[in-house]
Design a protein around this ligand. Structure first.
Ligand SMILES: *Cc1c(COP(=O)(O)O)cnc(C)c1O
Length: 437
């Protein structure tokens, strides 16, 4: 299947080109030429299928033309080596726990899938080394670094804002060594993202080395995120009865760069029953403002306790616009928004812990609150719990006033030694570093 650019100035690309390049040459984001609906029979029996079986059906619709069936199945099954359980929080609200992977955040799914798909293309073509550049506000870096760790023919550079990620997050991508290099940028996440974008546009750099992105702009990271929306529906059907009461669930996604929710919107296009979506923002509420006004006004990000959502210019907004033919009205028909301050996030975490004994992380808390406030009578809602609360241990402990146990997977990272390369936010410095590596 071919991929076109949201800017429509670049030629269409094959899957392999889209994955290797990341961004189209006209700076647009790649979109699959067709979004294939899955048959009704699939949805009728989905609750009898495993996560891996469901994910393979979805993967086949996107990648089946370009990757042999046995290879694709292997990639999907290897990627999903952990469960994504749906857990009941209140009578009408369910949490889709996306934090059971190696780095305890949802980005493990896209990171692991992309590493395996890119690895397949490199082996197939006998390509020279591919260099993955990834800007992170916290969780992307760890998911991508761990997804790619030890994959032959790939070197990963993680750019992260100095002093703006938690120690636990930092340790997950600065302690790995091997083919992973962490660059500690004196700036914000948006500066890191700007450096990565500038690198892709720099001719000299691209002649010198093969560069690709592993941010959620890459289709190989972005599309696999659709898998768990289907699996959430399967579990919801199991828990709520065969027809789920007849009303499709509302799905609420804590959003920053809008890759995760956009994958869900693709799922809906493929026939997945979703009543509507809610995009939950922290104070970086550019999308929320867009829904209210029809104006997209990116601005500098501000730091919040849900720091993986501190994004001032959500890159996947271009995909949302494209998917809905640029129609504000059509977007508003499918997606509503919510925006919360740090105090509201903290209140929600306390309330849900005290009343329901469910421990939220600050990102999931935005999602949970948007459902608590936004569900209509008779509706049920699913929010995506995008990271394990222990990843934000200090914040969470301060809010609920109780110690939070750190899972062994995280403790292992904390024992490692941080290694990073200091970097300014000046592109000339970054370029010179890469040219001389
Ligand atoms: C990345 C991240 C988000 C935001 O996801 P987007 O796809 O960028 O919208 C939300 N929560 C957590 C924990 C994250 O790591």
């Amino acid at each position: 299947m071919n991929y076109y650019s949201t800017n429509r100035q670049a030629p269409e690309a094959s899957l392999e080109e889209a994955v290797v390049k990341g961004l189209a040459s006209d700076k647009g984001l790649f979109m699959p030429r067709t979004i294939r609906p899955l048959p009704q029979s699939f949805f009728d029996t989905i609750e009898s299928l495993s996560f891996q079986e469901i994910a393979y059906r979805v993967a086949d619709a996107f990648f089946g033309e370009d990757v042999p069936a046995d290879t694709l199945k292997q990639i999907v099954y290897d990627t999903l080596s952990f469960d994504v359980p749906l857990v009941k929080v209140t009578d009408s609200i369910y949490s889709l726990e996306l934090f059971h992977g190696p780095t305890l955040a949802f980005k493990d799914v896209g990171g692991r899938f992309m590493a395996r798909l890119l690895g397949y293309f490199i082996r197939k073509e006998g390509k020279r080394q591919v260099n993955v550049l990834v800007a992170t506000s916290g969780d992307t870096g760890s998911a991508v670094a761990n997804g790619f760790l030890g994959v032959e023919g790939i070197h990963v550079y993680v750019l992260y804002p100095k002093g703006k990620v938690s120690e636990i997050q930092e340790k997950q991508f600065t302690t790995l060594g091997q083919n992973i290099t962490a660059l500690e940028v004196d700036g914000t996440f948006d500066d890191c993202q700007a450096l990565v974008k500038a690198a892709f546009m720099d001719k000299e750099l691209n002649d010198h080395m093969q560069l690709t992105s592993a941010n959620s702009i890459n289709v190989a990271r972005f599309l696999p995120q659709a898998f768990y929306y289907f699996y959430a529906y399967a579990q919801w059907k199991r828990m709520c009865g065969a027809d789920g009461g007849g009303v499709a669930p509302v799905v609420c996604v804590p959003s920053g760069n809008f890759g995760n929710i956009t994958a869900g919107l693709f799922g809906k296009r493929m026939g997945l029953p979703v009543g509507r979506f809610i995009a939950a923002n922290n104070r970086n509420d550019i999308f929320y403002q867009y829904l209210q006004t029809g104006q997209y006004a990116p601005r500098a990000s501000v730091a919040t306790i849900a720091n993986a959502m501190d994004v001032g210019a959500p890159s996947n907004f271009a995909r949302v616009l494209d998917l809905y033919g640029e129609s504000h009205q059509a977007i508003c028909a499918d997606i509503s928004g919510a925006t919360y301050s740090n105090e509201q996030i903290a209140d929600t975490m306390r309330q849900v812990w005290q009343q329901h004994r469910y421990l939220l992380d600050p990102h999931g808390a935005c999602g949970c609150r948007a459902l608590m406030e936004g569900l209509h009578p008779g509706e049920t809602g699913i929010f995506l719990e995008t990271a394990h609360p222990a990843k934000f241990k200090d914040t969470v402990e301060q809010i609920i006033g109780q110690p939070v146990a750190i899972p062994e997977k995280l403790q292992a990272f904390l024992r490692g030694e941080k290694q990073s390369v200091p970097m300014t936010r000046d592109f000339a410095d970054f370029k010179s570093y890469l040219l001389h590596e």
